[in-house]
Design a binder for this molecule. Structure first.
Ligand code: CMC
Length: 389
């Protein structure tokens, strides 16, 4: 008909078909390949869920062992890539460091990154899963001025990641099983979330024929914004500001309701969930358990709980179906583990990586790779003549 429907923010149109993740936003349901998120968070490992997302079925014990083994063998970065970090200021935001280092990583594999070559695609899934946590930990270390560690491939995926973040050159790193399991659960909760902004970015970039490194790097950039993954850092900042200003939770909520410029209840609301985010339910429960197990008593958790209680009882939030989302309580847990606020969104990126890889692969395999090219409604000037001189 030639009619272009205007759909700001893609509220009404599907950009793709997918078999990976199912969300029922009204009911607060999230499933990866049919499996409820709470069952996976309680029972599975991060890599098991990664395999499930990418290949569609839970791995057999042999498949999982092979996958894990291959990832362990690919953790080392090219030594030259370390110099890349020296070129950036130590004040650099770790998310910028992660996205640019991911793009830089691609330069070592230019002969092995053909999106049409299935062997390249599978190898780069392994490379990205193995190397991004190392880069992420280096982004953290760089921001606090500490030396980078080499990965220790005798450790599990999450143990290795924790050691790279919190170990140092002088002492052996002591694995804390409470931290390992808690972080693994949080990462599982983040593994995929269908066509959110960063995943849609990954798919759009991939639709041009760009490789996995370019697509994932773009996805990390998209995730960094405070309305998306950056919300976990923004929540902690908000809680800290409420504590430091002494204004009180009620007063802050009033400012949110009055829509004061730049004041939102961060970690609340979601495009798809019009009910309690099922991930937030699990995270909230973990927050109490993990802080108790780590012996941490953080007043910010009390402020968060009070905020939630006041908001859920308030007509403004009720009438708009605004509930806590996954980012509301994660920051408190990351903080208790010892991660600085600026690293929180990097953790989200490491969690989301398998989902991005699965969505990239699904699009490339099933021939949905037609270039993404949104339309516009043109409202500008009709033809006019350049004035004669
Ligand atoms: N605080 C106060 N008011 C809000 C909030 C909030 N967090 N979220 C939505 N609203 C209001 C909004 O102002 C609008 O009010 P009105 O109808 O009077 O204009 C109404 O609720 C509908 O909101 P919307 O902005 O149209 O919703 P959206 O689907 O476009 O945006 C969102 C979704 C997540 C960007 C938004 O809820 C938000 O900005 N939340 C805070 C940031 C955040 O926590 N983001 C993390 C999202 S979950 C994990 C992830 O994706 O990374």
């Amino acid at each position: 008909t030639g009619y272009t429907a205007l759909d700001y923010g893609f509220v009404n149109t599907a950009s793709t078909k997918s078999e990976i993740t199912y969300i029922d936003g009204e009911a607060g349901i999230l499933r990866y390949r049919g499996y409820p998120i709470d069952q996976l968070a309680d029972n599975a490992s991060f890599l098991e869920v990664a395999w499930l997302l990418i290949y569609g079925e839970l791995p057999t014990a042999d498949e999982l062992a092979g996958f894990d083994e291959k990832i362990r063998r690919h953790t080392l970065l090219h030594e030259d890539l370390k110099n890349f970090f020296s070129a950036l200021p130590s004040s650099a935001h770790p998310m910028s460091v992660l996205s640019s280092a991911t793009a830089a990583l691609s330069t070592y594999y230019e002969d092995g990154s053909d999106p049409a070559n299935p062997e390249h695609v599978e190898t780069n899934i392994i490379r990205l899963l193995a190397k991004l946590p190392v880069i992420a930990a280096y982004a953290h270390k760089k921001s606090i001025g500490q030396a980078f560690l080499y990965p220790d491939n005798s450790l599990s995926y999450v143990e290795n990641f924790l050691r790279l973040n919190f170990g140092n050159m002088a002492e052996p790193y002591e694995i804390n099983p409470v931290m390992v399991r808690a972080l693994e659960r949080l990462l599982i909760l983040h593994e995929d979330h269908e066509q959110n902004a960063s995943t849609s970015t990954v798919r759009l970039v991939a639709s041009t024929g760009a490789d996995q490194f370019a697509s994932i790097s773009a996805g990390i950039h998209a995730l960094s914004g405070p309305l998306h993954g950056g919300a976990n850092e923004a929540v902690l900042k908000m809680l800290g500001d409420i504590r430091d200003s002494g204004e009180g939770v009620h007063r802050f909520v009033e400012r949110v309701k009055n829509k004061e410029a730049g004041v939102k209840l961060m970690g609340f609301g979601h495009r798809v969930y019009k009910n309690y985010d099922p991930r937030a339910k699990i995270v909230k429960q973990s927050a109490d358990e993990v802080l108790a197990a780590l012996g941490v008593n953080d007043p910010l958790l009390d402020i968060a709980k009070e905020l939630e209680e006041i908001a859920l009882a308030d007509e403004y939030f009720q009438s708009r179906n605004l509930y806590p989302n996954v980012d509301f309580y994660t920051g408190v847990i990351y903080k208790a583990m010892g991660f600085p606020e600026r690293v929180f969104t990097v953790l989200f990126a490491i969690g989301r990586l398998p989902g991005w890889l699965a969505q990239w692969r699904e699009q490339n395999l099933d021939g949905q790779g037609r270039i993404g090219r949104p339309q516009q409604l043109f409202l500008g000037q009709p033809e006019r003549q350049y004035p004669a001189k």
